[in-house]
Design a protein around this ligand. Structure first.
Ligand SMILES: Nc1ncnc2c1ncn2[C@@H]1O[C@H](COP(=O)(O)OP(=O)(O)OP(=O)(O)O)[C@@H](O)[C@H]1O
Ligand SMILES: [Mg+2]
Length: 424
């Protein structure tokens, strides 16, 4: 019954498959890099941002990972970092949920835990190396600090700064810079609340007017100094932090539910970027992966999102590949009317992240995702059906469907379902 000729399954290499079915099957990204998992159209999927950048496959090494809750975004990132360590790559992680402790343990390091009134303080105004600022086209190292302060103030105020507020901030920072070796947030707040006659004279005004100009900004920044967030970013960086290890994790979980999470993450990321830039400048650089997990909290605010985008552009200069983890495309909040700054920002962040790893998206997000990521109709249709651990990878102009594999020895690194197991 049914005894027809037995035709053996057709087997070809992925390269030949790609030639036979152009636009449907890909020949892979080569074998240099770390194994991510199965390419569901055949073979293994191997990826390395620095290698692909060197080969010109991508024009930047940054990555954005999108996906609904629990689809395996963080699991992928953790194993990816762990596997990269084989090649001596280092990683710095902003960890808002405090879930990278197992990875840190495996790597033999302790996360740097930030909490209000805790033992560790990071100064987001720590300078990067001045020659780097010059090399990257920034007028001076102060610009980075002004931009960061303006973004933080803008995020806290929930609006753009008026020109007079920006000037007040600028003058306060230079007043602090003329007295302190490294500016701190409390010093900037004090300078805003007590402007000098000299500063006022520089913009042909009087002290009372300059004080008025900067008052709202000062009061908002003061929250980081005296409010519920005190003790984390409001002074010189705690001496003796060991940043020489292969992995640095900034654990922000003590404030995961705070409304200021985005601002805190921006401070942590700013501090981390300046520290990395200094290391690179001192010759301890090498390739580093910088992960901002739950990055939606930063991007939900236009001010800090703008700053994050600008800082991503700089990081290429010192060998950093950024990884941002988001839930939905609409986390680029921002995404607003056609032609608006928000849309430009979303598109800018995407074009600065030429690797996009997209886990399952809710049906309501598919149209936006396919527009922003230029997906084909087939790719768009897949998006709401992807199962846990499977993602659509867009690398430059190429697309792959990848099942991320977690090895038995890696399970302990990635399990975030602990509380979902059977009750004892
Ligand atoms: N490829 C995979 N194979 C097996 N298990 C996986 C895989 N990916 C994720 N998991 C498991 O699924 C659970 C959720 O994964 P993970 O924490 O990475 O999700 P997430 O997308 O980061 O979620 P959230 O948005 O809540 O941060 C984890 O317990 C993890 O062990
Ligand atoms: Mg996660």
């Amino acid at each position: 019954m049914g005894a027809g000729p037995r035709v053996p399954a057709h087997q070809v290499t992925t390269r030949n498959l790609g030639a036979a079915y152009p636009l449907m099957a890909e020949a892979g990204l080569g074998h240099r890099g770390v194994l991510i998992g199965h390419d569901l159209l055949g073979g293994s999927f191997v990826y390395d941002p620095f290698e692909l950048y060197a080969q010109g496959v991508v024009s930047n090494p940054n990555m954005i990972v999108f996906g609904q809750i629990g689809r395996g975004k963080s699991a992928f990132v953790k194993t990816y970092l762990w596997r990269q360590s084989v090649f001596g790559r280092r990683a710095w992680v902003v960890d808002p949920k405090g879930e990278y402790a197992a990875l840190a343990r495996a790597w033999g390091v302790r996360p740097v835990a930030l909490r209000p009134g805790g033992a560790v303080r990071l100064n987001p105004l720590d300078p990067g190396p001045t020659p780097l600022a010059a090399a990257t086209g920034t007028a001076d190292a102060d610009r980075r600090q002004v931009e960061l302060l303006a973004s933080l103030a803008c995020a806290c105020l929930g609006r753009n700064l008026a020109p007079r507020e920006r000037v007040a901030l600028d003058l306060a920072l230079s007043a602090v810079g003329s007295t302190a070796v490294v500016p701190t947030l409390p010093a900037v707040v004090d300078a805003l609340l007590e402007p000098s006659t000299d500063a006022a004279r520089r913009i042909r005004t009087d002290r009372a007017t300059l004080l008025e100009d900067g008052r709202d900004v000062a009061l908002e920044l003061r929250r980081l100094v005296h409010g519920d967030l005190r003790g984390m970013f409001d002074g010189p960086t705690t001496p003796g932090l060991d940043l020489s290890g292969p992995l640095v994790v900034l654990d922000l979980s003590a404030l995961y539910n705070s409304t200021a999470l985005g601002v805190l993450m921006a401070c942590a990321t700013a501090w981390l970027q300046a520290a990395l830039a200094r290391q690179a400048h001192e010759g301890h650089g090498g390739h580093v992966l910088v992960v901002v997990d739950e990055a939606w909290a930063i991007l939900a605010n236009l001010g800090v999102a703008r700053w994050l985008q600008a800082s991503w552009k700089l990081s290429r200069a010192y060998g950093v590949a950024n990884v941002a983890v988001l839930h939905r495309l609409s986390d680029l909040h921002a995404v607003g009317a056609a032609g608006s700054e928000q849309v430009g920002l979303a598109e800018g962040l995407l074009s600065d992240s030429e690797t996009r790893v997209v886990y399952a998206q809710p049906p309501g997000e598919v149209a936006r995702a396919s527009e922003l990521l230029s997906l084909s109709a087939t790719e768009a249709e897949l998006l709401s059906q992807l199962r846990r651990g499977v993602a659509l990878w867009k690398v430059g102009h190429r697309a792959f469907l990848v099942q991320h594999l977690v090895g038995p020895s890696e399970r302990g690194l990635v399990d975030t379902d602990g509380a979902m197991g059977p009750e004892r």
